[in-house]
Design a protein around this ligand. Structure first.
Ligand SMILES: [Zn+2]
Length: 511
């Protein structure tokens, strides 16, 4: 059943004598069939005992003829091994991970924890995090049987031994998948994490810090320097001789088994894109907070994100857009492209009809904004929104006041200006959050609609990123040339609307 060979017998015996659990024995015999690890512990235990007792009786008969009557029992006792040894002992190599934790009851416990979090998924990837000291114990066990393994088995190196992680997954993931009605695969947006700790043996790793100080550098975010990565690295460097001086081979017995950490689930982000209009001059794009105090109720991103968060049952969101408008600026026309990253969504798939309904919900929630072309996109696609942003053009409409009384003829020359180069020093109003720089921008074209002696509407097509307000009033000479210079009068901007943002992303969705 276990496809163990004659040559495996001394290895099996040596490992059982060291107190190893049956699944660790299979691992070190390089049994690579996943079904073996799924079999009930008791069955495996019985089978392995039967397997080595064949050898023992064989040896005993040989020894009787050569050295007199040495019983099978006497030989076993030499290694303080008894077949009656209770299999409830904690395996000194996996510290119990491949014992009780491979039972269907633990798989059920993990599945129940996942169910409680109410994710919707059709596949999942199982990740396992093991205590770092398990690597030390694995190494110790490997050194203990290395000679026999190299001589007698197909395994040539430590890397041929089946890893605890893999053996654990083989044992439990079928049952977990079955309980959850999902395929357990190597790559899935939904990750179920199982973790173990073993406080009793935490100090196992500590000697490595003296033998390989380079591997253990304190890092800000880590609780302990003894990360699994650091321990594995140190074990690669340490000589066998030095290792055995500091650590017993085989590893010492432990009194307690590992403790399982709470099962956690994490779904990769879902990205939603669309375009929004903003019809209010009292709505910031993002929450407006000054000195920890909120200045205005609501924001574009909150109005859009709230229904998304509840539909996708996400933990949080990141909002981004192609440029942004000031609180008092409206965004009209086709609207401004935006993307929302939904963090850890518990639901990730919505039908086209559901997305349309969601767009409707957003639009009915407020008359200050409106969204269109709402759709699920990939993370990669959202970068298209920012790509070449600087080269894109935007169209604005501004209500201008002039100090000098004007008539239509004063405005005609503006329509003749094409691709006007302007230099803009970072505006005073954004200097607290943007570095000081001088940026060249292009005003592609302008047109006007005369209103009265002191007012007209100015339409502009400009390079994206142009500060329109500063182009009009000059920002104390920080934008040159500006509309005041051009018109030879003091002028100010009373209202501003974004008429279009010329980025053809996300793709339009027909009604
Ligand atoms: Zn074990």
């Amino acid at each position: 059943m276990l496809s163990l060979k004659e040559k495996d017998r001394p290895i099996v015996r040596k490992l059982l004598c060291a107190g190893c659990c049956v699944r660790c024995v299979l691992r070190f015999c390089c049994v690579g069939s996943s079904s073996a690890y799924r079999r009930p512990y008791q069955d495996l235990h019985k089978e392995l005992l039967a397997f080595i007792s064949e050898e023992a009786s064989h040896d005993a008969s040989v020894e009787e003829t050569n050295d007199g009557p040495r019983s099978k029992r006497a030989r076993m006792d030499e290694d303080s091994f008894s077949p009656e040894r209770t299999d409830s002992d904690v395996c000194p190599v996996c510290l119990g991970v491949l014992q009780d934790f491979c039972d269907p009851t633990f798989a059920k416990q993990v599945s129940d924890a996942v169910k409680e979090q109410q994710y919707e998924f059709d596949s999942l990837v199982l990740t396992v995090s093991l205590p770092a000291q398990l690597s030390v114990r694995e190494h110790s066990c490997w050194l203990h049987i290395k000679k026999e393994v190299r001589e007698k088995s197909m395994c040539l190196g430590k890397e041929d031994v089946i890893q605890v992680k893999d053996a654990f997954k083989w044992a439990v993931q079928g049952k977990i998948g079955q309980e959850l009605g999902a395929a357990v695969v190597a790559n899935s947006p939904c990750e179920v994490s199982v973790g173990f700790i073993h406080p009793e043996t935490e100090e196992d790793c500590h000697f490595l810090a003296d033998t390989c100080p380079d591997c253990f550098k304190p890092t800000k975010n880590k609780v302990s320097i003894f990360t699994r990565m650091a321990v594995v690295k140190a074990l690669e460097k340490i000589s066998e001789e030095r290792f055995s001086r500091h650590y017993p081979c085989p590893p010492k017995k432990a009194n307690t088994r590992c403790t399982a950490l709470d099962t956690t689930c994490l779904h990769t982000s879902v990205f939603i894109a669309g375009r929004y209009n903003k019809f209010s001059r009292e709505l910031p794009q993002t929450p407006w907070v000054i000195d920890g105090e909120r200045r205005m109720d609501g924001s574009v991103e909150e109005l859009i994100a709230a229904p998304l968060l509840s539909s996708f049952r996400a933990d949080g969101f990141n909002f981004s857009s192609s440029g942004r408008e000031d609180v008092d600026v409206r965004t009209l026309g086709n609207g401004r492209p935006f993307a929302v990253e939904l963090l850890n969504p518990h639901r990730a798939k919505l039908s086209g009809a559901e997305i349309r309904q969601l767009q409707e919900t957003i639009n009915q929630s407020s008359d200050k904004i409106r969204v269109r072309d709402l759709q699920i996109v990939t993370r990669e696609a959202t970068s298209r929104m920012k790509e070449g942003e600087e080269e894109k053009t935007k169209t604005y409409s501004a209500l201008i006041w002039t100090q000098k009384a004007i008539d239509g003829t004063h405005l005609e020359f503006l329509a003749n200006i094409k691709d006007l180069k302007i230099a803009q020093k970072t505006p005073l109003r954004v200097l607290h959050r943007r570095p000081l720089a001088v940026r060249q921008r292009l005003i592609h074209s302008m047109s006007t609609v005369y209103l009265d002696q002191h007012h007209f509407t100015l339409k502009l097509r400009t390079q994206a990123g142009t500060y329109i307000k500063e182009f009009v009033h000059g920002d104390f000479g920080r934008t040159k040339p500006n509309l005041c210079d051009l018109m030879k009068t003091d002028a100010d901007i009373l209202e501003l609307d974004v008429e279009s943002v010329d980025i053809d992303w996300p793709p339009a969705i027909p009604d």
